[in-house]
Structure formats: structure tokens, C-alpha cells
Design a protein around this ligand. Structure first.
Ligand code: GLV
Ligand code: MN
Ligand code: MN
Length: 416
């Protein structure tokens, strides 16, 4: 590796100061953050990010999908861009690390490269993608950038159309804007993302860096079991067409199906809405929020078929109707061997122990993977906790990850 690359390190204190400041925005009493996509707190975090970009003397850009970027022209005019990033939105009542760590490490990388005065064959961009978490759609900004966002998904987003419309209004974005931001793959040198592992494997094996080789696909449905609302006191148990029976039986069957027939896959019933929803009315309709994930396309399709079959068969057995609403998916994505190699070499250059692993969480990297060489660096999560205020990663691990991001980015740049 070139001597300049060997010397560069991120500024640990500046990185920490950014992290702590950002964690105050949307902070919750239990130490987490509540910054759902395009909520006031999320927009405040984005305004803060913009300010930090401008203070660093970097160029701020926002596209029609609301993706916020810092741009550093360190390459020749017309050079391709190496994207580094993640997201500033959180799940409802989430943690401080999921997303912000990668955005701030990307920003810090640009600042260090800028200060070094290095001339590279590519330009660098640190990007905060819109709605990674799927409180509205999921991988929204990154799929718009990749040109794979489907119009139908915006019509029935998994977070609900009303919430999407309110978010667009609040942020000044338009639906049409999302279809204007597709990037030509020729303009992209690659995509790199630092993220917490959100699982236990790194910590359990005493490994500092995870090199991601694959990201699972995720698919979302709303399945509504429809029976008949009735008086809960006067209608006998045998006469009822109780929608809750179908919904609950389905939830139990999901677990059985996954554990018996789909090892390596997961499924979640994360919400149920009862209608009318009262002590003394037999539930007429129950809407079930179903999400499932699989590591490869074959299993992903098989699992989808099996889950829908189980739902239909249980509804029939209970004399219920079933309404099936598809709410969007993101495909499984292998990570680029070139990027995996750059991460491995970067970790070796810092004497950090590394291992290859898959990601059970979704990430913007999977939107980018079909477009350009994409890869992810994981750092250990204490107790594997995530999507919760319990999320925690030791600062030394965050710094290690950011240094690997910086060095892997420089390696990828040099290989162009
Ligand atoms: C996002 O973090 C997801 O995997 O749901
Ligand atoms: Mn994330
Ligand atoms: Mn997440």
C-alpha cells in the first residue's frame, strides 16, 4: 500500500463529537433515538448533517429523493464517484448506531481525505439515504438512486399512504422527484457502508471487523383475515366467523413453517390491527403485517409461496376471506468480491481481526449492488441488540470500523 494510505486515520474525537451531537436529535429517555423517516426529528438530523458538511468545506447536495450528500472533488473532472454512506432515519424507538455510524464515518472519511490533499482517480461522496428503515417504504432513497423503485410501491407503502404523504409534504419532496434521481452506473466507482452488525457473531468470536458477503432479501405483505363482526355475548362460539382466529393461527403457523422447513430464513408478524376492535364485538377484520427474509432468490420465492398458501388454507378452514396486499420487497444481494477484498486488506493493514459473514438486516448496499461494486463493513454489537435503545457498540470498535472504511475506500479508489 502507498505510504500516504498507511498514515491516514480518522479523527477519533471529531467523529465522537459528531456522533454524540447527532444522538441528541430525537433522543429518547432510555438512551435511544426516535427518528422515523421524514419526521420532524429526522429532518432536524438532516439539517444538522447539512450544516456539518458545509462547515467542513465540502459541497452539499440533495437529490429529488431527499438523499443528502457531501461531495469531495478529489478526482479529475468527470471522474466516477465512490459512494460511502448509510442513513439517518431510525426505526420507531430505535438505537443511536443503526445508520448514523455509517453516515458519520463517511463524512469523517471525506474530511480526512480533503485535509490530506490527496489526488485520487475518483471523487468521494458521503450519502445519507432517505427512509432506509422502511417506516415508510424501505431502502427508498437508495432504490430511487438505483432506478429500481416501483411506482406502485409508493401508492401502497408499507408504512401507509397517509404517513408517506405527510412526510413528503413536511420535507418538500414530491413523488415525481424520486423518479429523477437514477444514477448512471458508469458514474459510480462503488459503494461502501460501515454498519453495526446487529447480531452476536463478531462479539462472540472476539472479531473486530465483519466483511459482509451477502445481504438477505426482505418482502412485506399485509394479509387481512375477513370474517363477520357480531355481538360477542349473544352469538355462540360455533356460529362465529372470527377474523382473529385466522390471524392468530397464521402467526403460530408462520413460526412452525420457518423452523421446520426454512432454516436460515426468518419471518415476523410485527403488527395486527383489529377492526372494529372492541371488547364486545367479534373481530370482523384483522390485518396482519408480515415481513420475511431469505438469503437467496430461490428460498425467497419458495418461502413467499409457502407463507401465502398457509394463510389461504387457514382462512378457508375458518370460513374467512383473505385479502392479500403486497407492499414491496428488496432482493437478496451478494456483495462484490472486489470490495470484500479491499475491506479485508484494509483490516489487515490495521492489524484488526476480521471474518466474513452475511447480513440478516436490510441495507442500502443491496440497492446499490446491481449497479456498482458494493460492500459492507460490520463492527460488533454488544449483546447483538439492535432496533432498540439497547443498541450499543464500543467506541474503539466504531473507530476501527471508520478506519477500515477510510482505507478500503482509498484502496478501491487506487484500483480504478
Ligand atoms: C433495516 O434495518 C431492516 O433490516 O429492517
Ligand atoms: Mn441500518
Ligand atoms: Mn435498521
Amino acid at each position: 500500500m502507498e505510504p500516504t494510505h498507511k498514515k491516514l486515520r480518522i479523527n477519533r474525537e471529531r467523529f465522537k463529537q459528531d456522533f454524540d451531537e447527532l444522538a441528541q436529535i430525537g433522543a429518547t429517555a432510555d438512551g435511544g433515538v426516535h427518528r422515523p423517516s421524514l419526521s420532524p426529528a429526522h429532518l432536524e438530523a438532516r439539517a444538522w448533517f447539512r450544516q456539518r458538511i458545509e462547515q467542513a468545506g465540502l459541497v452539499f447536495r440533495m437529490d429529488g429523493a431527499g438523499n443528502h450528500s457531501a461531495f469531495l472533488r478529489c478526482g479529475p473532472r468527470g471522474a466516477a464517484t465512490l459512494l460511502l454512506g448509510s442513513h439517518l432515519d431510525s426505526v420507531r424507538h430505535g438505537g443511536r448506531f443503526d445508520g448514523p455510524l455509517g453516515v458519520l464515518a463517511a463524512l469523517e472519511t471525506l474530511r480526512v481525505v480533503n485535509e490530506s490533499g490527496l489526488a485520487l482517480p475518483v471523487n468521494f461522496e458521503a450519502i445519507d439515504f432517505t427512509d432506509e428503515e422502511g417506516t415508510l417504504v424501505g431502502l427508498l432513497g437508495s432504490s430511487a438512486l438505483a432506478g429500481t423503485l416501483e411506482k406502485s410501491v409508493l401508492q401502497s407503502p408499507r408504512g401507509g399512504r397517509e404517513r408517506l404523504e405527510a412526510g413528503l409534504e413536511r420535507s418538500g419532496l414530491t413523488e415525481d422527484g424520486f423518479f429523477t434521481v437514477r444514477r448512471d452506473p458508469d458514474t459510480l466507482a462503488g459503494y461502501l457502508e460501515l454498519h453495526i452488525e446487529q447480531g452476536r457473531r463478531l462479539a462472540a468470536s472476539g472479531t473486530q471487523i465483519g466483511v459482509v458477503h451477502n445481504i438477505v432479501g426482505g418482502n412485506s405483505y399485509r394479509l387481512t383475515f375477513i370474517g363477520r363482526a357480531d355481538h360477542a355475548g349473544t352469538v355462540g362460539m360455533e356460529e362465529r366467523r372470527d377474523a382473529a382466529q385466522g390471524a392468530c393461527e397464521f402467526t403460530l403457523a408462520v413460526r412452525q413453517l420457518l423452523t421446520e422447513d426454512f432454516p436460515g430464513c426468518v419471518a415476523n408478524v410485527g403488527d395486527m390491527a383489529f377492526d372494529p376492535g372492541a371488547f364486545n364485538i367479534v373481530p370482523g377484520r384483522v390485518a396482519v403485517s408480515l415481513e420475511f427474509r431469505a438469503p437467496d432468490v430461490y428460498l425467497f420465492d419458495e418461502l413467499e409461496r409457502a407463507l401465502l398458501e398457509v394463510a389461504a388454507s387457514l382462512a378457508e378452514q375458518r370460513d374467512l376471506k383473505l385479502n392479500v396486499e403486497w407492499l414491496g420487497k428488496w432482493d437478496p444481494a451478494p456483495m462484490s468480491p472486489i470490495v470484500q477484498n479491499a475491506i479485508t486488506e484494509a483490516a489487515d493493514s490495521l492489524n484488526l481481526k476480521h471474518m466474513t459473514l452475511n447480513s440478516g438486516a436490510g441495507h442500502d448496499a443491496q440497492s446499490l449492488a446491481p449497479l456498482c461494486p458494493a460492500g459492507m463493513i460490520f463492527v460488533p454489537s454488544v449483546d447483538g441488540a439492535s432496533h432498540s435503545a439497547r443498541e450499543f457498540t464500543h467506541w474503539q470498535d466504531c473507530v476501527n470500523g471508520a478506519n477500515v472504511l477510510l482505507r478500503a475506500a482509498l484502496r478501491l479508489a487506487a484500483e480504478r
